[in-house]
Design a protein around this ligand. Structure first.
Ligand code: CS2
Length: 504
């Protein structure tokens, strides 16, 4: 909540302030008018720190039209933050004492698609739209997480297939927009997923085509001929904005910005070079276009996100609360290095990717204490994240006769997380689309680690393991889960060291 005296006394950020704005806020002084070439679904903190930041750079470099019409599918929150500010917001890059402010101008407006579905469908169909970008989180694709295919039994998908003109899901909106674009003989379009899923372009394409197939085979042909789905690797650590950050900005600059986002200085975007619409010249502002994005995706999903999830569950069970607390605890630094030794063997060779430097930089990024990145935020939706981050590398190593105690410990920690109680007995809520199914598994007799692990392996989360490896998987993860379940409360660094001291 923002303090009410601020909302009453401070002037809300709006375009009229830009002309006289302090240079320290780097106001966007370019032309924001005209039709937008980009539609973006999911205008949360990550989009504002990443894609919208790159498009702002492009506009500052003099490229016209690459403004963004945003849309939110579920809640009016981002529209309420951004629309009264005509889409303007401050991006604050922070690391230690260093801070850099930029008022971003690339977002023009946010459509509340829950209330106004037609407006988003029209924006996708509009001939001026060249690119639709997505940050809808892993669960927004309505996939079966183990198969990577559209889950036709997903309640939102079923609802949208019965009601294709009034969708609620992202696949439903995309297909409705494409159907309208086809009906008006619109030009080609690029749909670019920016979520942390491997082969995110291919997954999106398959999901859209299988949705469209249920409605109209001619639409499938049109999509195949006119729409491209490049994969992309996106990276920038961006926590949810704490309310205190709004107060700091108000006291420093005298403006109220309800859409403020704090992020780290680092940013990276690698995009597969496959565009059906006009290609934004993002290479001018640091984006890498490539024919082979898969290697980069794997490297980032396993080394960064895999370590993030391990930090979240093991650190969460130890009540360390923030990522920087976890990596600054010496036993954890040691554990993360073991984890990376294991994960690194599953990352392909990529030109420009130096594992040793990448690991060093990651440790530096994780220890950014100014970011105050809550591990609870990373722990959310684990059922959608674990397969690509930790389970696949574990199984790939098993196939090469390699054991992975550090990965096993992280997977077991995720299972222990479903108990909804830390090792010290503090209760929390597990936020996950499968939370209720998962909570039934941990209500097995609590002492029976093997029954719990076997129960989990029967869920969709673990369906990718394959018959050949399931027994070894259960055996190894059971040992790790027993180790965690037998662990006493955490009071000291020595307790943490003991928790992380796990070998087969
Ligand atoms: C994190 C990511 O919340 C999570 O699951 O691992 O959001 C991570 O911070 C980003 O992928 C960094 O680019």
């Amino acid at each position: 909540m923002i303090r009410s005296d601020l909302t009453e006394t401070m002037e809300r950020l709006h375009p009229g302030l830009l002309g006289a704005m302090e240079p320290a806020l780097s106001p966007p002084l370019y032309d924001r008018s005209g039709r937008s070439k980009v539609v973006h679904i999911g205008v949360g903190a990550f989009h504002r720190a990443h894609q919208a930041f790159y498009f702002d750079r492009l506009l500052r470099a003099g490229q016209r039209g690459w403004t963004i019409v945003g849309a939110s599918l579920r809640t009016p929150k981002s529209g309420n933050q951004l629309n009264p500010q005509s889409g303007l917001y401050t991006l604050k890059e922070i690391d230690g004492e260093n801070t850099k402010h930029t008022v971003i101008g690339s977002v023009r407006e946010v459509i509340d698609a829950f209330e106004n579905a037609d407006k988003l469908i029209e924006a996708i169909a509009s001939p001026s739209t060249q690119l639709v970008t997505l940050t809808i989180t892993e669960k927004g694709y309505c996939l079966d997480p183990s198969k990577g295919e559209l889950n036709l039994d997903h309640p939102d998908v079923r609802r949208d297939l019965d009601n294709p003109k009034h969708p609620v899901s992202a696949p439903g909106f995309l297909v409705a927009g494409l159907a309208k674009r086809k009906a008006s003989n619109g030009p080609g379009l690029t749909i670019l997923s920016c979520d942390n899923l491997p082969g995110n372009g291919e997954l999106t394409e398959r999901a859209i085509l299988s949705f469209a197939e249920k409605l109209d085979s001619k639409l499938v042909d049109w999509i195949e001929a006119n729409v491209s789905f490049p994969s992309s690797m996106v990276d920038r650590i961006t926590p949810a904005t704490p309310p205190a950050a709004l107060e700091t900005l108000s006291s420093e600059f005298g403006i109220l910005d309800e859409a403020l986002v704090e992020t780290e200085p680092f940013h990276q975007w690698v995009i597969e070079d496959w565009f059906a619409g006009e290609r934004p010249p993002l290479d001018q502002v640091g984006v890498q276009f490539t024919d082979n994005v898969a290697g980069w995706e794997k490297a980032k999903l396993r080394m960064l996100n895999g370590a993030h999830s391990a930090i979240a569950y093991l650190g969460g069970l130890s009540e360390l609360n923030f990522v920087h607390n976890v990596v600054n605890a010496p036993p954890f630094e040691n554990y993360i290095n073991h984890l990376w030794n294991e994960l690194e063997t599953t990352v392909p060779l990529i030109e420009g990717f130096e594992p040793a430097n990448y690991r060093r930089d990651l440790l530096g990024r994780f220890s950014n204490r100014a970011l105050r990145h809550q591990i609870y935020q990373i722990a959310m939706d684990g059922s959608q994240k674990l397969p690509q981050r930790l389970i696949e590398p574990f199984v790939e190593r098993l196939a090469n006769a390699r054991q992975s105690p550090a990965i096993a410990l992280a997977i077991a920690a995720w299972m222990r997380w479903q108990f909804a109680q830390t090792l010290n007995g503090t209760a929390y809520e597990v936020q996950d689309p499968l939370a209720s199914e998962l909570s039934q598994i941990v209500s097995y007799p609590e002492t029976d680690a093997q029954a719990i692990v076997s129960g989990f392996t029967k869920t969709a989360v673990f369906a990718g393991i394959g018959q050949a490896h399931v027994d070894t998987f259960v055996e190894h993860v059971t040992l790790a889960l027993k180790h965690i379940m037998g662990h006493p409360a955490i009071h000291t660094q020595a307790d943490i060291a003991q928790l992380l001291q796990f070998r087969f």
